[in-house]
Design a protein around this ligand. Structure first.
Ligand SMILES: CC(C)(COP(=O)(O)OP(=O)(O)OC[C@H]1O[C@@H](n2cnc3c(N)ncnc32)[C@H](O)[C@@H]1OP(=O)(O)O)[C@@H](O)C(=O)NCCC(=O)NCCS
Length: 219
């Protein structure tokens, strides 16, 4: 978990909870749990979906070549959606972050083949909300796969991880993504004006949100 070094309130809160500050990176303080903490990952290794043969599973180091190939053949389709460089490093970070309950990255696997990816881009610990992103291999789109993956992932975020809210931002012209979010029960939240810079301009994004109505405070 990284916190703005100037956000003293949050830093104090984390320190009181037993988190250790292990260093500064680009103005962000990096934390790890103190040695007395028993830290159990809340993220399951595998998650079934409503579609036979389709599941989410956490990344393994051996996935690097398959993930790289998938991101390279989808480079145009995904735009800036998925980084191709340093896949091994990316997977290592994902495994460590998930163990520390800092974020979660899952491969979407259909009959043993990785066909997409879904994960938490960042968790806002203070508000119990997260920003989620996803990408599907073009060859497997239009089969309801990402809808099934997202619904399963919502359950992980809400029931296993205890989030109160999921936020997803999508380009205003991304019709499949918008249709999918509406089908999956996400509500229109608003337009984030000039959110991402690409194609030589700042682009508006639509924000969608889903609230966990069964959220209960952990005592
Ligand atoms: C968005 C994306 C993840 C959807 O994956 P998918 O597995 O095809 O999604 P699903 O099949 O579950 O659902 C897609 C929905 O969009 C609809 N759809 C597909 N093309 C569409 C279009 N051109 N216009 C409107 N709706 C469209 C489908 O009919 C389906 O809705 P339905 O279930 O009511 O039929 C996939 O297209 C993708 O990876 N796109 C590129 C990367 C991306 O945009 N990531 C999201 C960034 S926020």
């Amino acid at each position: 978990m990284n916190v703005d070094k100037n956000d003293l309130q949050t830093r104090l809160k984390l320190i009181r909870k037993g988190f250790r500050e292990i260093g500064l990176i680009d103005g962000w303080m990096v934390y790890e749990p103190g040695p007395k903490d028993e830290l159990v990952s809340k993220f399951p290794v595998e998650v079934a979906t409503r579609i036979d043969g389709l599941k989410l599973r956490q990344y393994r180091l051996g996935d690097a070549a398959e993930l790289t190939a998938m991101s390279e053949r989808n480079a145009e389709f995904w735009g800036s959606g998925f980084q191709t460089q340093d896949m091994v490093e990316r997977i290592k970070r994902a495994i460590i972050s998930s163990a520390k309950n800092e974020r979660a990255d899952y491969a979407v696997e259909f009959e043993g083949v990785i066909v997409g990816a879904i994960g938490i881009n960042f968790i806002h610990d203070y508000t119990k909300s997260a920003s989620v992103g996803y990408s599907m291999d073009k060859a497997y789109t239009g089969r309801g796969f990402m809808s099934a993956a997202l619904l399963a992932f919502d359950t992980v975020c809400f029931d296993a991880f205890g989030l109160h809210k999921i936020n997803i931002e999508t380009a205003t012209d991304n019709e499949p993504s918008i249709a999918m979010l509406e089908n999956c029960g996400y509500k229109y939240k608003g337009i984030d004006r000039e959110m991402f810079y690409y194609d030589d301009k700042w682009n508006d994004y639509i924000e969608f949100t889903k609230i966990n109505k069964n959220w209960k405070e952990e005592k």
